[in-house]
Design a protein around this ligand. Structure first.
Ligand SMILES: [Cu+2]
Length: 492
């Protein structure tokens, strides 16, 4: 379904009457029972697990969309499940927009307080833009206006609520959707510009909100969906090259994906086209991570897109699971594309940039300081011995500075690092120099290890956050605030 601007249609009154009657009938049927077009493969009865709707900007360069948040009671086997959905579907709409355009969202909130974050976008963190300090109260409608810079990287991003303490249950309840900044294919050689593109959006269900003590708790999800479906079939021809967008928009699950007999040619990471294309046999996607890859169909047959066990986090499947089935079929004789591609954008290695400030951030859970939070978790997750405080600014950074941050993990499980607004380059992992392929907004901090990154703070002033993107860790304190200030403008 496309929300492109349509011309005026001149109905006569009979047509209009019939149209209104049909629409009313459709509404009455769907309002009474949420549509489930994928009943057999739907892990949760009576929820719509069909492919997400695609919405597009209009000819004036504006994408205007309403997101209505509702709570839906449903069942998973014998268990009662509360789902939190945008526009009635567990797969929220995919927002397709181009650099230089404006995204307007009317967020209609029919649940507890919430807000909205635009993960990975290089946009203003203030006012009605990507401002996670904003609170949208129950019953309120809030307007978000996001201006995408004309030079914004083309790639895959996503949106989700970002209210401290509620992020796990709201994202886990279903509230997350994809943003595609269009035009990545235009950076490919002409022979690859019209290839088939597919989204592979990973989300695990259900994250129950129902706790025995009356407090909501999250529980381990056991259904791993791709595009809202269990084990969907994805078609490709032998020798055909397709562009796949992998996105993990789950609150905490780590995936370690592989496709036997095939290689992923990574052309973008976290929405950043790479300056050096690289080949991966398997890709690790912690919650929040995106990779865009070229895949070329192998010999005719069916292949499981698998997630292999990833044992360095408490939030990953412990056994191998099949996420989707890749069907290589000889439907059309594809012309084998020449994958001589080496880069999509000019290299800008921050290795040679002048570093203004170095900082060290220590990530750890603190079992000695156990306090139960509202989710029933015990323990507090901290950065530099401090839990998140929305009234405390942890770091003040000058606009235009490049900083080097050393991220240390003292725990016996992996954490991740994500920062809003400005992406970073990974310089080293566990003391070994890292050959960065471009910028990224997510990195795994290995258990007991350390990662050094460099962050250019460009274009936008204001307050925003950095945190572990395992949302149960963020909700229990593993988050801090940075404020970017313009040294040439006096502060209030
Ligand atoms: Cu963590």
């Amino acid at each position: 379904m496309r929300f492109r601007e349509k011309g005026v249609i001149d109905y006569n009154s009979t047509y209009l009457f019939v149209t209104i009657f049909v629409l009313l009938l459709t509404f009455m049927i769907t309002a009474n029972k949420v549509v489930f077009s994928q009943e057999e493969s739907s892990p949760i009865k009576e929820m719509d697990f069909s492919n997400p709707l695609d919405v597009y900007s209009n000819k004036h360069g504006i994408l205007n969309v309403s997101l209505i948040i509702e709570e839906k009671q449903t069942r998973d086997g014998n268990q009662s499940v509360t789902a939190l959905v945008y526009n009635g579907s567990l797969m929220a709409p995919t927002l397709n927009i181009k650099p230089g355009e404006r995204l307007i969202i009317n967020l209609v909130n029919k649940i507890d307080q919430t807000n909205l974050h635009f993960h990975g976008l290089h946009v203003s963190p203030t006012g009605s833009s990507d401002n996670i300090f904003r609170v949208v109260k129950s019953g309120e409608t809030a307007r978000y206006v996001i201006d995408i810079p004309i030079n914004h990287p083309r790639g895959t991003f996503w949106y989700h609520p970002h209210l401290h303490g509620l992020a796990t249950t709201q994202v886990g309840g279903g509230m997350s959707g994809l943003i595609n900044i269009e035009g990545l294919d235009n950076l490919l050689p002409s022979t690859l510009q019209n290839i088939t593109q597919q989204n592979l959006v990973m989300k695990a269900f259900p994250w129950s909100l129902n706790g025995s003590s009356g407090n909501p708790v999250y529980k381990w999800a056991n259904h791993f969906t791709v595009n809202g479906q269990l084990d969907p079939v994805i078609n490709i021809s032998p020798g055909e090259t397709q562009l796949w967008r992998f996105a993990n928009i789950d609150p905490a699950t780590f995936y370690n994906i592989t496709l036997p007999g095939h290689t992923f040619n990574v052309i973008a990471e976290d929405g950043n086209p790479v300056w050096e294309v690289w080949d991966g046999k398997n890709l690790v996607l912690p919650a929040g991570k995106r990779y865009e890859v070229l895949v070329t169909g192998g010999e005719i047959g069916t292949y499981p897109l698998k997630s292999l066990p990833y044992n360095r986090s408490g939030f990953s499947p412990t056994s191998e699971i099949t996420l989707a089935t890749i069907n290589v079929q000889d439907k059309t004789i594809a012309q084998a594309a020449q994958l001589t591609l080496s880069s999509l954008v000019p290299e800008h290695d921050l290795e040679n940039d002048q570093i203004q400030t170095q900082r060290t951030l220590i990530f750890n859970g603190s079992p000695d300081n156990q306090t139960a939070n509202r989710f029933g978790d015990v323990g507090t997750n901290q950065i530099n011995g401090k839990v998140f405080d929305h009234d405390r600014i942890d770091y003040i950074v000058k606009l235009g500075d490049v900083e080097e941050w050393t991220l240390k993990n003292l725990d016996s499980e992996d954490h991740t690092f994500h920062i809003h607004v400005n992406d970073f380059q990974v310089m080293s992992v566990n003391g070994q120099p890292y050959d960065g392929h471009g910028l990224q907004d997510m990195v795994v901090i290995p258990q007991g290890g350390e990662v050094v990154i460099r962050i250019p703070f460009t274009d936008f002033v204001g307050k925003f956050v950095f945190h572990c993107h395992i949302l149960p860790h963020e909700d229990t304190g593993m988050m801090g605030i940075v404020e970017v200030v313009d040294p040439f403008t006096p502060r209030d």
